[in-house]
Design a protein around this ligand. Sequence first.
Ligand SMILES: Cc1cc2nc3c(=O)[nH]c(=O)nc-3n(C[C@H](O)[C@H](O)[C@H](O)COP(=O)(O)O)c2cc1C
Length: 331
Amino acid sequence: MNLETTYLGLPLKHPIIPGAGPLTGDLGSARRLEDCGAPCLIMNSLFEEQIVLEQRAAFAAIDEAENSYAEALSYLPEPEEYRLGPDDYLSRITHLKAAVDIPVIASVNGISPDGWSEYPKLIAAAGADALEVNLYHISADKYESSAEVEERLIESVRTAREGIDIPIAVKLPPFFTSIPHFVARLEKIGVQAIVLFNRFYQPDIDLEELRTEPTLRLSDSSELNLRLRWLAILHGRTELEMSLSGGVHTPTDVIKGLMAGATTVQTVSGLLQYGPEHLRTLVDGMTEWLGDHDYDHLDQLRGCMSHKNAPDPEAIERGNYAMVLHSWTAD
Ligand SMILES: Cc1cc2nc3c(=O)[nH]c(=O)nc-3n(C[C@H](O)[C@H](O)[C@H](O)COP(=O)(O)O)c2cc1C
């Protein structure tokens, strides 16, 4: 069975990648993931705030802010809660590269074009094989239009792109008015891949303490379908490679992702829940399923369930929406 896949210019022995999270930045668990067959690793992100923090001591200003809205600021992590500052992050890349024989993809999270212009270059110089730019952003400014937000995000990516020659993937949020339009803009500025999607952690409210509580709930397979839809729509409508992130827990989740058009699939919650060995379960389960269904290599099924040949995916989506609503029957 040939599972070989090229992603971000990296030849991978199979398409299932440990995504950005706590396991991939840690030397011990990164080695275990490699032992369990990881074809490469995507490190947890260096956040723009970490950089800004080091450069401008931004949180000191926040601490001095008026108490009247202190509750609303409770979602902000304390500086010491950030795991790695930028210098530590760069040396972690070097250590990871020395510790494992597989490619290491670094990750930055930023929103402002000038927030971290120099770090992608330093990340590339530290030896990262590729860079994932994680666009995690919630628009809360009523004076900034969606076009302006998109422009800022594109400028961020363009800034990251400038001056580095390692491949770039952009990890997207699912909330755009037109994902295909944004993806087409990314394609024009020299990005190699998109990751669909990052996952938004939704804060809860603690009524007694009057605090917002950022809840960290691991995903389950139900989160896959949003990704499948967009992979299916984009496959054949973009030249970019596509990596699925979100809801991959079983071998059948992997196969669905590939059939929808994913080049690679990433998994984080599954590995946190079941341990790095879960990677083997996914690869073995996928291989068995492919063998049982007479597939020899992944290109035979990649994108076979996409909307590539559908002239009007919008009509399909709308038709399915109406059909699903009308299919409800009370017991
Ligand atoms: C504890 C934890 C830490 C994470 N840290 C990062 C991060 O640093 N950068 C990033 O891009 N995504 C991060 N993610 C998001 C994952 O990479 C992934 O996109 C998301 O969890 C959906 O995939 P899953 O359903 O396989 O968990 C993190 C997820 C978890 C659960």
